[in-house]
Design a protein around this ligand. Structure first.
Ligand SMILES: Cc1cc2nc3c(=O)[nH]c(=O)nc-3n(C[C@H](O)[C@H](O)[C@H](O)COP(=O)(O)OP(=O)(O)OC[C@H]3O[C@@H](n4cnc5c(N)ncnc54)[C@H](O)[C@@H]3O)c2cc1C
Length: 363
């Protein structure tokens, strides 16, 4: 499916001829030139494209017909919270909450439901202590609860001795599928173009980057790659490989193109959750009502990658969201668009640089 009514740039130059694209599939050839191309219409690419569309003619490409459930951004809900063991994420969250609220207002839809979040930890655990001090330092409404307080307030929960809890009162859930659709709708409202069901099969870096899909050839001054679990497959086309693993929550590796093949085995994730719930939430049924699969793309330090390609400054990479990127997408999109437009990023991006890894060229 393509939103052909909105492909303004492409329409002018549609050749109408049939040719064999680099992926080997014969399709109607579409050609077009825009300011920026974003590859990957998950939450990160969609938010980046939305920010970019306010400043430049932007094309967002996805390999699957939208919406789809094969990447990392689908599903009914995602947690949103201020509580983090790394302060630079909490620092971004204030603006994230504002931008999610703005999206709610602009699309007249409810996207956030406040619930609070109970974080459990051993008193002496350094990460738990950092989470507590980060919330205090950033004036985030929170309460510390002993195990006795927790049992009194939440009778279904029984914490072992030595474990206490933090209540992040700002936390809640985001309606993920709805949020993703709304960002894409808003992107289109700003004049953005979506080409879905088109897989990118070739990228030629240059001052004017050429992107070949299974249906067409597009050129742009700048390119953003936000391809989730497929990031390394795409970066391979531009001579870069990052230390990314595509994983289930338990850490077992998976290929995004063969996700359900690996998922046939009994999931360690389900066992892990069932054990935890039986032990510490004895008032709840530990068996899942529904099991859905969705993939993490982890970096070794679980920090994101938000940076220029080391050799091609007009190619920007947003990847490695390590199972916690959804809530941060409004700010991730903003800083990726700033990098793309050559503006000073609104946040210190040093924890997210590619040079923290020791890379080998794949060319
Ligand atoms: C089970 C689960 C629970 C999570 N819980 C939370 C949570 O509670 N809170 C939170 O903040 N985060 C959470 N996350 C993390 C969050 O959902 C992800 O960080 C985020 O969705 C990543 O988005 P993305 O856009 O990078 O990737 P994706 O959503 O995977 O998007 C990448 C897109 O690129 C496209 N693409 C790839 N290759 C090509 C190609 N060659 N041509 C064209 N298109 C291509 C794909 O089709 C895909 O649509 C969770 C993740 C999972 C899996």
């Amino acid at each position: 499916m393509c939103h052909s009514g909105r492909v303004a740039a492409s329409q002018r130059q549609r050749s109408g001829c049939v040719e064999r694209a680099a992926g080997g599939v014969c399709k109607m050839s579409v050609q077009g030139e825009v300011d920026t191309i974003v590859i990957g219409a998950g939450i990160q690419g969609s938010y980046t494209a939305y920010h970019l569309s306010k400043h430049s003619k932007t094309l967002l490409i996805d390999q699957f017909a939208l919406p789809h459930a094969r990447g990392s951004s689908h599903g009914q809900t995602r947690i949103i919270r201020n509580v983090y063991a790394k302060t630079y994420y909490t620092a971004m969250m204030t603006e994230c909450y504002q931008l999610w609220k703005q999206l709610e207002a602009e699309t007249n839809t409810e996207l956030f439901r406040p619930t609070g979040l109970l974080v459990l930890g051993k008193e002496g655990n350094p990460s738990f202590q950092t989470m507590k001090s980060t919330l205090i330092d950033n004036n985030v409404p929170m309460t510390t609860l002993t195990s006795a307080d927790v049992s009194k307030r939440f009778p279904a929960v029984q914490l072992p001795r030595g474990v206490s809890a933090l209540l992040d009162k700002t936390a809640g859930i985001l309606y993920a599928d709805r949020a993703l659709k709304n960002v894409q709708d808003l992107f289109r409202r700003f004049g953005g173009i979506i080409r879905d069901g088109e897989k990118v099969v070739q990228i030629q870096p240059s001052d004017l980057v050429t992107v070949t899909t299974t249906a067409g050839i597009y050129r742009a001054k700048r390119l953003v790659i936000t391809a989730g679990p497929w990031t390394n497959k795409l970066l391979n086309l531009v001579g870069l490989q990052l230390p990314l693993e595509v994983c289930y929550h338990s850490g077992s590796r998976a290929d995004p193109d063969e996700r359900d093949v690996s998922f046939q085995r009994p999931s360690q994730d389900v066992e892990l959750l069932r054990d935890f719930l039986s032990r510490e939430f004895p008032g709840l049924d530990p068996n899942p009502a529904v099991v859905e699969s969705c993939m993490y793309t982890n970096t070794p330090d679980y920090d994101f990658i938000l940076d220029h390609h080391p050799d091609h400054k007009n190619i920007i990479v947003g990847a490695g969201f390590s199972g916690h990127g959804f809530k941060l997408a409004p700010v991730v999109g903003k800083v990726l668009s700033e990098l793309c437009l050559g503006e000073k990023p609104s946040y210190d991006l040093s924890p997210f640089k590619i040079c923290r890894f020791h890379l080998k060229s794949v060319l």
